[in-house]
Design a protein around this ligand. Structure first.
Ligand SMILES: [Zn+2]
Length: 116
């Protein structure tokens, strides 16, 4: 089931590109640093290596954060907890989106899924 929003898909894409680009920079920076003559362009390769490592961490963080947001279904889990604590007795909850429904409702008011 695909619960991703456009923003989350975009964040995953950006995170993947940044992570891959960072890894490429790390590898090429390290290769340049290792193969460079002392005093030639060792500094710029070192910078590329460091910047690539930084970008890779950022990219990985973006992906991990976005995946966590998707797994909690855009905060639906927190919403269910709050509504279960405040809903009147006898009320039910949509098993699809977590919205509180009236005891007689057959379909969720929020997402239209069958209730009960
Ligand atoms: Zn629902």
């Amino acid at each position: 089931m695909n619960n991703r929003t456009l923003l989350q898909t975009l964040l995953l894409l950006v995170g993947g590109v940044v992570l891959l680009g960072g890894l490429v920079c790390v590898v090429s920076g390290f290769a340049g640093f290792a193969s460079s003559d002392p005093g030639s362009d060792g500094d710029s390769s070192m910078m590329l290596f460091a910047a690539g490592g930084f970008a890779a961490v950022i990219g990985f963080g973006l992906i991990a954060f976005t995946r966590a947001a998707i797994l909690t279904r855009n905060g639906a889990y927190a919403r269910v907890t709050i509504e279960q604590a405040t809903a009147p007795r006898g009320g039910r909850f949509c098993s699809s989106c977590g919205t509180a429904t009236s005891p007689t409702a057959r379909f969720c008011e929020s997402c239209g899924a069958a209730v009960g």
